[in-house]
Write a protein that binds this ligand. Sequence first.
Ligand SMILES: [Zn+2]
Length: 258
Amino acid sequence: MHQVTALPAFKYNYIWCIHSAGKAIVVDPGDADVVQHYLQANNLQLVAILITHHHWDHVDGLPQLQQQWQNATLYLPAAEQHKIKHAAQNYQYLSADDLITIPDLAINFRIISTPGHTLGHICYVAEDAEKNWLFCGDTLFSAGCGRLFEGSAAQMHQSLTLLNQLPADTLVFCTHEYTISNLKFALEVEPDNQAVVEHLDFCQNLRQQGQITLPTTLKIERLINPFLRCEQPQLQQQWQQTNAQNLFTFLRDWKNRF
Ligand SMILES: [Zn+2]
């Protein structure tokens, strides 16, 4: 049985650590010390590192981790290979629909290409009888989505549409704790959406108790995340947009100024 633990890093980041029987995988280790501390405290051996995109808060821990864990395999987006400095002896560049297996943890991941936040951004999906897990970096957040640093709104909308095809019970492991502020925006977009009201209350209670709001599920996101709700005709009408992509572009632009 695999466990997934959030390792808080920087101000609002989580480095996800998947572990089982003394072996561990980390996703987007922006801070090596945070990872090392957790591995040491829990007697875990790092066997693989998954990278979603090239931003510093997702990759800056690589050099230090690779010094310590020379046998760990690094997985990273092929399209961003020149932007990510690493010293891995074992590494694999990944593109859309690639499948990888990490034998030490008996876990497989399928790669989904999700340009938008960055052009080469990829997501990792683990799907089997036991789990549906999505590690989505800075593409999908709870009640929100990543900023468009490199890609277009059309690309991001298409990427989110792909992710939204996964099963409703998919657990969504986002990189950032932005849920509360995203939900406040969601409430501006849909003041009458009772699911948003309730989830905001739920998440505020979690935060007050010092707990995190992630992972979320696609089932929840389909109810509360305005960026996954652009297909809704009433919502398009409400904001005078003629189709889902126009509404997405409008909302993404509005969120930048929110
Ligand atoms: Zn980023």
